[in-house]
Ligand binder design. Structure first.
Ligand code: ATP
Ligand code: MG
Length: 237
């Protein structure tokens, strides 16, 4: 589904460069809920931004369903990006638009006709359990509700993959669990492959079947969550 081959990312800085990813490879299979865990500054956000090429790796290749996206032009890349939804820690909702219009936004960009977009947005709102908030504005919602809207919006164009960068880090434990349950539902019912960036072991244990540990720009371990649990327990001691 997603194959990352030997990518490195060097950010240009005043003093020369900063190596945020150092020869990272990763293989995410269809249906995975793949966790990427590491401390602040390890390179997690850089890695996830290299998957949809919001950030260009300095070296290496990224494949989505066998197609090398690092070799694509902007036009083909725009199409591929529609198959990659993304959600963030701070939700990134459009504050001037109500809930329904936030969800419709990516459909407008994709030039979906109005009726289809309206129906799709309403269905998604139901999926995330927020029908009654359709006309509310983001400022009137709790953090968990905002993230539900962001998830609905990320799913608008039927992505095959959902990239989640610290999507529950701003939420309390109970709300975190409800969002993780929603992501699991989306994975199971819609068959969406999910990548979850987090610094919380609990998140990985709760829903990720596989996990990679990133430390100072490198992946130091990866595999099935159940096989790596012991490693984490040692780290936490
Ligand atoms: N545009 C940039 N220019 C220079 N350095 C950058 C840039 N973006 C990130 N970095 C550096 O790259 C490293 C990795 O950053 P990244 O945001 O990927 O970390 P992270 O693991 O997501 O951290 P956090 O958990 O705090 O979000 C950090 O040391 C950061 O300072
Ligand atoms: Mg980050």
């Amino acid at each position: 589904m997603i194959r990352i081959e030997n990518i490195s990312k060097m950010y240009k800085t005043k003093t020369g460069g900063f190596l945020a990813l150092d020869n990272v490879s990763l293989n995410v299979e269809k249906g995975d809920i793949y966790g990427v865990i590491g401390l602040s500054g390890a390179g997690k956000s850089t890695l996830v931004r290299c998957i949809n090429l919001l950030e260009r790796p300095t070296e290496g290749k990224v494949f989505i369903e066998g197609q090398e996206i690092t070799a694509m032009d902007e036009k083909d890349l725009r199409k591929i990006r529609q198959s990659l939804g993304m959600i963030f820690q701070d939700f990134n909702l459009l504050m001037q638009r109500n809930v329904l219009d936030n969800i419709k936004f990516p459909l407008e960009i994709a030039k979906t006709d109005k009726k289809t977009a309206e129906k799709r947005a309403e269905d998604l709102l139901k999926l995330v359990g927020l029908e009654e908030k359709s006309n509310s504005y983001p400022a009137q919602l709790s953090g968990g509700q905002k993230q539900r809207v962001a998830i609905a919006r990320a799913l608008a164009n039927n992505p095959k993959v959902l990239l989640c960068d610290e999507a529950t880090s701003a939420l309390d434990p109970v709300t975190t669990l409800s969002i993780l349950n929603l992501l699991k539902d989306i994975n199971e019912k819609l068959g969406v492959t999910i990548i979850i960036i987090t610094h919380e072991m609990k998140v990985v244990e709760t829903i990720c079947n596989k996990v990679a540990v990133i430390e100072s720009a490198r992946i130091v371990k990866d595999g099935l969550t159940k096989d790596l649990i012991n490693h984490f327990e040692e780290v936490n001691q």
